[in-house]
Design a protein around this ligand. Structure first.
Ligand SMILES: Nc1ncnc2c1ncn2[C@@H]1O[C@H](COP(=O)(O)OP(=O)(O)OP(=O)(O)O)[C@@H](O)[C@H]1O
Length: 257
């Protein structure tokens, strides 16, 4: 018998209109712990707009985003992050002048257990907490094979590794849901294969729910358990990768692109 799980992330009739344009409408999705779902669709279909709705960047014109069954209506972006929804962006947004390690440590702000005075006077509590943060950050970097580059300036990493660092930083926010916006964009096949392995590790190790926007179809078909397809802001198909690959509406939407 199929196991019934409570979705971590759920949307109900989510939609947004810009002027007269219904960029996303009646968008319904459920993602459970440890699930990896792909969100695909032709250019301009509304994928990034969905991410902006899921992170509080856009206020929906209709519908609701729920995290563990709790509606997030009216919350600001930082409250979405605090609640456990983290994302990466199509264009890399690292602190380029900071080191790889500092980039990850900066994302652990929720875990800082010392006060301002401890930091000012460099008390034992400050050093203990700093050591723990460094260990946690190094553990994350190790998953992404970046531990030996901890002291590098983030901007000096090769492109594919900067993308991995972005994901490591998103994980440091202790999130329950990870939204990845075209993580393989601009990567060569070797970097894409490494990324694929990382995404699988993250899912297994952290049990997070992942929603992935990706144009690289082989990546999507390889890693996703389910795929939802949107076109002109509306869901045109949802199902297993093999069902999606042979769905006539999906094929027509992509051929028409
Ligand atoms: N802030 C905005 N104001 C007006 N229109 C917008 C805004 N954001 C997105 N749109 C429009 O909504 C539609 C969906 O755009 P979106 O960027 O979400 O598509 P996408 O599927 O992510 O595309 P791509 O694959 O090219 O990144 C487009 O027609 C876009 O022009």
């Amino acid at each position: 018998m199929a196991e019934t799980k409570t979705p971590i992330l759920e949307t109900k009739k989510l939609g947004i209109t810009f002027g007269g344009l219904k960029a996303v409408q009646d968008f319904n999705i459920q993602i459970c712990q440890g699930e990896l779902v792909g969100l695909i669709g032709p250019n301009g279909a509304g994928k990034t707009t969905v991410f902006n709705l899921l992170t509080g960047v856009y206020v929906p014109t209709e519908g609701t985003v729920l995290l563990n069954g709790v509606p997030l209506n009216g919350k600001k972006t930082h409250q979405f992050v605090a609640a456990g929804i983290a994302r990466t962006f199509q264009n890399i947004r690292l602190f380029g002048e900071m080191t790889v390690l500092e980039n990850v440590k900066a994302a652990f702000t929720k875990d800082i257990s010392y006060h301002l005075l401890d930091a000012l006077f460099r008390t034992p509590r400050f050093w203990r907490a700093e050591r723990e943060l460094t260990e946690k950050a190094m553990d994350l970097l190790a998953i992404f094979n970046l531990a030996d580059k901890a002291d590098w300036k983030a901007s000096s990493l090769p492109y594919g590794q900067q993308r991995k660092l972005e994901i490591a930083r998103a994980l440091a926010t202790n999130m329950k849901v990870l939204l990845l916006d075209e993580p393989a964009a601009g990567m060569n096949p070797t970097e894409t294969a490494e990324l694929l392995a990382c995404i699988n590790t993250i899912r297994d190790r952290f049990g997070v729910a992942i929603l992935l926007i990706e144009h690289d179809m082989s990546l999507v078909m390889n890693v996703c358990q389910r795929i939802q397809v949107i076109d002109y802001g509306q869901t045109i198909a949802a199902g297993l990768p093999e069902e999606i690959a042979s769905n006539p509406r999906v094929i027509a939407a992509y051929l028409g692109e």
